[in-house]
Design a protein around this ligand. Structure first.
Ligand code: SF4
Ligand code: SF4
Length: 364
C-alpha cells in the first residue's frame, strides 16, 4: 500500500506579549506597567543570576529632544532586577555623527542630563565601546555581507542583556526597534561605519554650483565646500539623506533603492553578532510610545505618528519587531518613508536565522 502522507513543512512561531498602556502621562503608573511586563518575562530570563553582569541596553536620546525612554519609568523595574543581580548596569555605545554622544565624556554628560546616572538610578552607566568608540571585538557570523562583525567590547563581555527599544521610524531602515538597537546600537564605531558604507551620498561635481545648502543642513558636519564644489567627508557621514533633499540641482544623491535594503541586511547581521556574543541570553521590550518619524538621534521634538500603544515584549527580536510593525501599522511606516520597505530587515533576519517573523500575540 502506498503511503501518501507528506511531511508538513515546519512552521515556527514565537510568543510575543503586549502590555497595553495608552496614557503615558504619569511616571508612577508607567513604572508599574513596565514592572508588570517584566514580571511576566522574568521566568524566561532564568539566566540572570546574582553573579551575572546584566546590561540594560537603551538610548539616552539626543540633547534637547524628548523622544527617549525616561529613567523615572524604570525605577520599579531596576529595583526588581537589583534583587536578582548585583552587577546590573545601563549600557550604550557612542554615535557615529559628531554630536556630544560621539565620545564617552560627552555621552555621559547627555545621559546624566536626561537622568541616567549612578546617583539617580543606583546603577552605573557604561559606554560599551570606550572613550572614542574604538573598543570593539570581532564576532564571527555567517552572513551575506559579513563573516565577522565588530561589536562593542562592553556588550560582548556582558553575560546577558535586556534591550529596551523605543520604536520609531528611521531614515534608512524605515523602522527602528529591537533589531536596530541590537545591530547598530551595539556596534563599535568601525562596525557602524561598515553598516553605513553603502548609504553615503555621491556628488556629481559637474552639477554642483557650490551653493552650500547641503553643508548647512548636514547634521554630521560631513560636507565642506572646496573650490566652489561640495566635498564629502565619508568618515563623518551618517547617511541621513538631508543633503539630497536640500540640493536644488540634483548634484548630491544616494541610490536608495538598492542601498536601504543592503543597510537593513547589514544591520541585522550585526544584530546576529550581538545575539551570538551573548549566547541568546537577551530579553526584548519595545516601547510603542511617542512613535515618531525619526529616531531618538534627532535633536528636535517630533509629533507622534500614532497614539501611544504600550509595550511589546518577548525573547525573539524578529517576532517582537514584526509585531510592533503590525500593531503600529506597516502602512504608517511606508507613508513616512515611501522609498523604504522596513520588512527588508525582517526578511533578512529570518533568512540568517536570527529569529522568526511569525508570532502568537498574548495580552498580559
Ligand atoms: S547624508 Fe548628507 S546630510 Fe546626511 S550626514 Fe551624510 S553628508 Fe550629511
Ligand atoms: S546643495 Fe547641491 S549644488 Fe549646492 S553645494 Fe551642495 S551639492 Fe553642490
Amino acid at each position: 500500500m502506498q503511503n501518501h502522507s507528506k511531511t508538513a513543512p515546519k512552521i515556527t512561531t514565537s510568543k510575543v506579549y503586549i502590555k497595553r498602556l495608552q496614557d503615558w502621562s504619569g511616571d508612577r503608573k508607567i513604572s508599574e506597567t513596565i514592572l508588570s511586563a517584566w514580571k511576566y518575562l522574568e521566568p524566561m530570563a532564568g539566566f540572570i543570576d546574582k553573579n551575572s553582569f546584566t546590561a540594560i541596553k537603551l538610548t539616552f536620546g539626543e540633547e534637547g529632544a524628548d523622544g527617549y525612554i525616561k529613567p523615572a519609568w524604570l525605577t520599579d523595574f531596576i529595583s526588581s532586577l537589583k534583587q536578582k543581580t548585583e552587577n546590573l548596569f545601563i549600557v550604550e555605545t557612542n554615535t557615529l555623527y559628531r554630536e556630544k554622544r560621539s565620545n564617552a565624556v560627552g555621552h555621559l554628560h547627555v545621559a546624566a542630563g536626561h537622568g541616567y546616572s549612578l546617583d539617580k538610578l543606583g546603577i552605573p552607566v557604561i559606554i560599551a565601546d570606550g572613550l572614542r568608540g574604538r573598543d570593539g571585538q570581532n564576532i564571527s557570523i555567517r552572513g551575506d555581507h559579513f563573516e565577522n562583525v565588530k561589536i562593542a567590547r562592553g556588550i560582548c563581555e556582558s553575560d546577558n542583556a535586556i534591550f529596551l527599544s523605543h520604536v520609531t521610524g528611521h531614515m534608512q531602515s524605515g523602522f527602528a526597534g529591537a533589531l536596530k538597537n541590537l545591530g547598530m546600537g551595539c556596534a563599535s564605531r568601525q562596525g557602524k561605519l561598515l553598516q553605513h558604507s553603502g548609504t553615503l551620498p555621491e556628488i556629481t561635481v559637474e552639477k554642483c554650483i557650490g551653493c552650500g545648502a547641503c553643508m548647512n543642513v548636514c547634521p554630521a558636519n560631513a560636507i565642506g565646500i572646496k573650490k566652489k564644489k561640495a566635498v564629502l567627508v565619508k568618515e563623518r557621514c551618517i547617511g541621513c539623506g538631508e543633503c539630497t533633499v536640500a540640493c536644488r540641482t540634483g548634484a548630491i544623491e544616494i541610490k536608495y533603492d538598492e542601498n536601504v535594503v543592503k543597510f537593513q541586511e547589514k544591520m541585522v547581521e550585526y544584530a546576529l553578532g550581538v545575539k551570538k556574543a551573548l549566547g541568546s541570553k537577551i530579553v526584548y521590550l519595545n516601547f510603542l510610545e511617542h512613535v515618531t518619524k525619526n529616531c531618538d538621534c534627532m535633536s528636535k521634538n517630533e509629533t507622534p505618528i500614532v497614539p501611544d500603544i504600550g509595550i511589546i515584549c518577548g525573547m525573539d527580536p524578529v517576532a517582537v519587531d514584526k509585531a510592533s510593525m503590525d500593531i503600529v501599522g506597516i502602512t504608517k511606516f511606508k507613508e513616512i518613508f515611501p522609498d523604504i520597505d522596513p520588512l527588508a530587515q525582517i526578511k533578512h533576519a529570518e533568512k540568517i536565522k536570527l529569529g522568526v517573523s511569525r508570532y502568537e500575540l498574548a495580552e498580559i
